[in-house]
Design a protein around this ligand. Structure first.
Ligand code: PLP
Length: 428
């Protein structure tokens, strides 16, 4: 099969093929993706997240040290000595697992401590914690919204939110577009019992920030609530790294603050912070919480310490922002299209699936680990190389990546006039 003629979407459903046949057709697609060296998934790391990473090369089998530009471990807390020590001591004290679901025996004092810590960090009364960020969003929304309600979603919200809205009415508004949001709010005004506007604080594919101040004003003026997913904002934006509400001085004004423990906080899990009544309700009605074993002690121990580190070591966030500014200014002066990216996530928009796959292959060969993103993850005209930065990247790492991008961008003719002029000047 020629994989360049298909995308992952083509194998969601194949008429008359049962699940085994479908999997087998998909396999022949993937075999060709691998044959073309466009398979950039599940690269195996031997030492875990860091500015560089030892990776087993999928194609040669060799172990190589790569500059890791695809981690959400923005502050490198996965390896912070205090975070490691706290996780280790929780592991030794409480064991490898919590032993039961939270309501029926699995709640440890370090779980209730983490609930308090994350609620305080987010300026909310209480919080519920889950073992994954995906499960957190999805199960919370499944528990809260039904047929009588409506979820009003930015078109780019995360899949966990989309999946959580399967039991309710859903309307999408154009990304970050307040006129489009207002039209939906106006139409929904008297029709539904609960109206919940849901946005990401920082968008995972675009690295831009939701205009949360306008969203909250607008939603509240139409009697709707607001939920913000802080997965990529926590630890990164806001004066103290507390996220989008802090960035817009809205602490305590957003009805539901969701987030993950897996990115800026360096471990795993998710949370929902809100008023104490809503949180207690969720503890009894959110099936993914009730019927799933509580977070591992090691994660809970590490996470309370990670929250302390974010507050006591602002220099980590400062280092991340120095890197963001340096990388961004250089990419822009080279003429790359970064959309409206403002944070640690850089979409280098190429707008051609084949070129993105080829650039992904070449970057991998050069020892630079990025995520090529193409249809159906984003529309074809917005296909991109997605890069994310960490506090621990050095100027040498960033320069090496910038040089490679300039070289490949020039080769593929995907950079704007700025670089073309620069190149022309060198040739003359
Ligand atoms: C915006 C957003 N929300 C939720 C999640 C799910 O979080 P987790 O990976 O912790 O399950 C992710 C990413 O993976 C995300 O990007």
């Amino acid at each position: 099969m020629d994989s360049s003629k298909y995308s992952l979407r083509d194998f969601v459903y194949i008429p008359d093929a049962d699940i085994m046949e479908r999997a087998s057709i998909f396999q022949s697609y993937m075999d060709d993706v691998k044959e073309k060296h466009h398979y950039q998934y599940r690269r195996v790391s031997l030492n875990g997240s860091g500015p560089t990473m030892e990776v087993v090369d999928t194609y040669t089998g060799e172990i190589k040290e790569m500059i890791y530009m695809a981690s959400n471990d923005y502050l490198n807390l996965t390896r912070h000595p205090r975070v490691l020590a706290a996780g280790q001591s929780a592991l030794l004290k409480y064991g490898a697992g919590a032993g039961s679901v939270p309501l029926l025996g699995g709640t440890l004092d370090i779980h209730t401590q983490l609930e308090k810590d994350i609620a305080a960090f987010k300026g909310c009364e209480d919080a519920i914690i889950y073992t994954s960020g995906f499960g957190s969003n999805c199960n919370t929304l499944l528990a809260l919204l039904g047929k009588q309600d409506i979820a009003i979603l930015d078109q780019y919200v995360h899949a966990s939110i989309v999946d959580g809205c399967q039991r309710t009415n859903v309307r999408y508004f154009r990304h970050n577009n307040m006129d489009a949001l207002e039209k939906i709010l106006a139409r929904a005004q008297d029709e539904y019992v609960t109206k919940l506007v849901i946005v990401d604080g920082v968008y995972s594919m675009d690295g831009d920030i939701a205009p949360l101040n306008k969203i909250v004003d607008l939603a509240h003026s139409y009697g709707a609530y607001v939920m913000v997913d802080e997965a990529h904002a926590t630890g990164v934006i806001g004066r103290n790294g507390k996220g989008t509400p802090e960035h817009f001085s809205l602490e305590g004004k957003v009805d539901i603050v969701a987030g993950t423990f897996s990115k800026g906080l360096g471990a795993v899990g998710g949370f929902i912070a809100s008023n104490s009544k809503l949180i207690e309700y969720l503890r009894f009605y959110s099936r993914g919480y009730m019927f799933s074993t509580a977070m591992t002690p090691q994660a809970a121990g590490s996470l309370s310490e990670a929250l302390k580190v974010i507050t006591s070591e602002p220099e980590l966030r400062q280092r991340l922002w120095n890197n963001i500014n340096y990388f961004r200014n250089n990419l822009l002066s080279l003429g790359f299209n970064l959309g409206n990216a403002e944070t640690a996530i850089f979409p280098i928009i190429i707008g051609d699936d084949w070129k993105v796959k080829e650039m992904g292959r070449r970057l991998h060969e050069m020892g630079i680990y990025v995520n090529p993103v193409f249809y159906p993850a984003v529309s074809r005209k917005l296909s991109r190389i997605r890069i994310s930065l960490m506090a621990g990247h050095t100027k040498e790492h960033l320069d090496k990546v910038l040089n490679a991008l300039e070289y490949l961008g020039r080769e593929a003719d995907v950079i704007g006039s700025a670089v073309k002029e620069k190149i022309a000047a060198t040739i003359e």
